[in-house]
Design a protein around this ligand. Structure first.
Ligand SMILES: [Zn+2]
Length: 160
């Protein structure tokens, strides 16, 4: 068993709500260890109580089992808590291409949420002329915004 091979399998596991993002892009995947013939996967949920986490655990087991890795233990680690700073640069680009505004770069999540937690621009036309419709979008992890230029509503991946 090689750790690199296991990681490349896990890079194919995507978020059920945002299928363009892998758990590695999201920063959910924290660590992979091999202990004897068992694989220990450490993950941190993006949002405590995020319903997607059960589906993600199942997808991790399924992806590994298809590739012949049967003995898998999944550790959920809640501390340190996930922050949107863990989203990779590639992950942020994929989010925007999917029509979801990425967490603001001017907003520091790690520093306990200073600055305003709002998107920088519309992911469709990049206009800064946007307004919030609802603090909760399609899931509690997102807020719903609308662009006043192109009139398109869009989800904002909230900072945590
Ligand atoms: Zn727009």
């Amino acid at each position: 068993m090689k750790k690199e091979n296991i990681i490349s399998v896990l890079e194919g596991v995507t978020d059920p709500e945002i299928p363009v993002l892998s758990i590695a892009d999201l920063g959910i995947l924290r660590d992979v260890e091999i202990s004897g013939n068992e694989i220990i996967v450490t993950i941190t949920p993006t949002y405590s109580g995020c319903p997607a986490m059960d589906a993600i655990q199942q997808d991790i087991r399924k992806a590994l089992s298809i590739n012949g890795y049967e003995k898998v233990k999944i550790n959920q680690v809640l501390s340190p808590p996930w922050t949107s700073d863990w989203l990779s640069a590639a992950g942020k680009e994929k989010l925007e291409a999917f029509g979801i505004a990425a967490p603001s770069t001017s907003h520091s999540c790690a520093a306990g949420g200073t600055g305003s937690d709002s998107p920088d621009h519309c992911p469709h036309c990049h206009s800064k002329n946007i307004e919030m419709i609802s603090r909760f979008g399609s899931t509690s992890c997102k807020a719903l915004y609308r662009c006043l230029e192109c009139r398109e509503p869009f989800d904002y991946f909230k900072c945590h």
